[in-house]
Ligand binder design. Structure first.
Ligand code: NAD
Ligand code: TYD
Length: 361
């Protein structure tokens, strides 16, 4: 088998960071299968336009024939599954796409991979890996003093998004247990960094602040998320791929819990220093409390002890260094954001935030 990997969803936020790092580090060729939903963006991969080590394929993980053809043609040594519908708020508005891609799509992908893997020779069969990229949201919500999620925390998903990811995790688990497919699953906390779609909290706040628009904080803003710089997540995935024990689950997190309001205030302080408003006011004056997300999970926190002790991975960035890089990236790439903030994105922002009592236009 050659040194090719099949990445799904590699035009999205985390997938494109993963593909860029993989190719730029000379780790081999990536076949990148992406449906290019509203969240997929080939601008993220423009630097690989002329690379012989990046093969982009526009398609759906649920298209089993296409996946079978790609596997047969490229003979990858691993499949890394990032493809998903990923936004909780959108899953509340319209869960169906989440069921289709995250559950049915993952099922068809697994079926195609099972057939491919089953036909490999013994050595290739032993070294092949299917790595499924999942989320800490499958574990549900923590109380203020509860211990962080470990790999044995029972699943208790609360949104259509997390329920669909939980279902896909179970399917992956069953394909290992029943068919022996060499699977690995990672459950990671909230990522942030370059190429993050501006419907999510951190890029939305940066974008709205620079545009002088309200900075919407759901409910009381005291919900807690555990933030990890996206390149650290990608490094963790590479580490699990190379050294993870087949059939195992690895939690990935930044040991970095913050309330939403603290995140928003920190971003305002950074922007005040880096790009002061013309009227001399603080960006914090744009903070606007809006109606809460239905079923909003209060707290996520990952215990990343297993991946640290068994595989020696820990984050390279602190939150301070990671958020500094992130804000600088958004300031230097406002064109990237402006190219996205059109069409489907504008409709989403208008409908979603007017329902929360705030006009963003
Ligand atoms: P994203 O929404 O930015 O990107 C998803 C990508 O998948 C897009 O390029 C989209 O076009 C593609 N896609 C969607 N449906 C597809 C289909 N049916 N077939 C092929 N491609 C399809 O998401 P992200 O934030 O990069 O997340 C990537 C993965 O990581 C997801 O599985 C998500 O659940 C998981 N995850 C995300 C976070 C986070 O903080 N963003 C944290 C932990 C885990
Ligand atoms: P988000 O980036 O959507 O990630 P997730 O829901 O997967 O954790 O949201 C992060 C947190 O920020 C979450 O608690 C919801 C909150 N939030 C706001 O307060 N305002 C916003 O406009 C958005 C998009 C999110």
């Amino acid at each position: 088998m050659n040194n090719t990997v099949l990445v799904t969803g590699g035009a999205g936020f985390i997938g494109s960071n993963f593909v860029l790092a993989w190719v730029n580090q000379g780790l081999g060729t990536v076949v990148n299968l992406d449906k290019l939903t509203y969240a997929g963006n080939l601008d993220n991969l423009v630097s690989l336009e002329h690379s012989a080590h990046h093969v982009f394929v526009h398609g759906d993980i649920g298209d089993q024939h296409l996946v079978a053809k790609l596997l047969d043609e490229h003979k990858p040594r691993a499949v890394i599954n990032f493809a998903a519908e990923s936004h909780v708020d959108r899953s509340i508005h319209g869960p169906e796409d989440f069921i289709q891609t995250n559950i049915v799509g993952t099922f068809h992908l697994l079926e195609a991979v099972r057939a491919y893997w089953g036909a490999l020779n013994t050595a290739d069969k032993a070294s092949f890996r299917f790595l499924h990229v999942s989320t800490d949201e499958v574990y549900g919500s923590l109380g203020k003093d509860d211990p962080a999620f470990t790999e044995t925390t029972p699943y208790a998903p609360n949104s259509p998004y997390s329920a669909s990811k939980a279902s896909s995790d179970h399917l992956v688990r069953s394909y290992h247990h029943t068919y022996g497919l060499p699977t690995l699953t990672t459950n990671c906390s909230n990522n942030y960094g370059p190429y993050h779609f501006p419907e999510k909290l951190i890029p939305l706040v940066i974008h709205n602040a620079l545009a002088g628009k309200p900075l919407p904080v759901y409910g009381n803003g005291l919900q807690v998320r555990d933030w990890l710089y996206v390149e650290d997540h990608c490094a963790a995935i590479r580490r699990v791929l190379e050294a993870g024990k087949v059939g195992e689950v690895y939690n990935v997190g930044g040991w970095n819990e913050k309330t939403n309001i603290d995140i928003v205030r920190m971003l305002c302080r950074m922007l005040d220093a880096k790009q002061p408003r013309a009227d001399g006011q603080s960006y914090a004056n744009l903070i606007t409390y809006v109606a809460d997300r239905p079923g909003h999970d209060i707290r996520y926190a990952i215990d990343a002890t297993k991946i640290a002790t068994e595989l020696g991975w820990k984050p390279a960035e602190t939150f301070e260094t990671g958020i500094e890089k992130t804000v600088n990236w958004y300031l230097a790439h406002q064109d990237w954001v402006n190219n996205i903030t059109s069409g489907d994105y504008r409709n989403w922002i208008q409908t979603h935030y007017s329902e929360r009592g705030e006009e963003m236009a």
